[in-house]
Design a protein around this ligand. Sequence first.
Ligand code: PGA
Length: 250
Amino acid sequence: MRKPVIAGNWKLFKTNKEAADLITRLIPEVKSNRNVDIVVAPVFTALTSVKQAIAASNIMLAGQDCFWEEEGAFTGEVSPKLLLDAGCSHVIIGHSERRQYFGETDETVNKKMKAALKAGLTVLFCIGETLAQREAEKTFEVLNRQVTGGLSGITKEQLKNIIIAYEPVWAIGTGKTATDEQAQEAHAFIRSLVTGLYNQTAGNKIRILYGGSVKPENIKGLMTQPDIDGALVGGASLKAESFSAIVNFG
Ligand code: PGA
């Protein structure tokens, strides 16, 4: 059995005070839920205050990105070690917004993943095709490239600390969710890629989340699909009411 993961990606939203407000509202709503791994990813500057608030709760903390070097003359970057220091257990790597606006490639994603894994973080490894790629029937080709490139040189042992998030770019923040069937088809394909790269057990075990306009209204349908193991939630994670409804989908 794969334990579901519901992760909230707060993106570039929330001051320390707003983050603290959100998390304090969220904690009581999800505290009795032991069936789901719950993760939130605030901006770097709010990590410490959110960590304090979730200390005795069942919520885990993620960074939204990290650099591959541990330290050095790299102005503006944050290392996996510093994320651990701030209380993170997880880190999002390769989000489509990073790929789109900040020049992330499969190669940089791979370097970041290796560094994060080496430091002991669990990685939320994001992949997904754009609308143009889907319309050109390149979805599988793109997913194959992203999965193969991202996981290059990563061992079977390290894979245990990777969670894949399939996020079709055309569904992110657009209100346009992939249908349950479209998502399931992509997830099954991604699982088969992992099986091919590693083995059957690795393919069976890896958790694959869906992301892209996940809301309380569509989480149930998505979660009934055999290869969907949770969600990476953007917009709907910014309110305790909608995020807790997604966490408590069952
Ligand atoms: P969304 O974002 O839920 O607002 O579509 C998802 C994501 O970017 O992770």
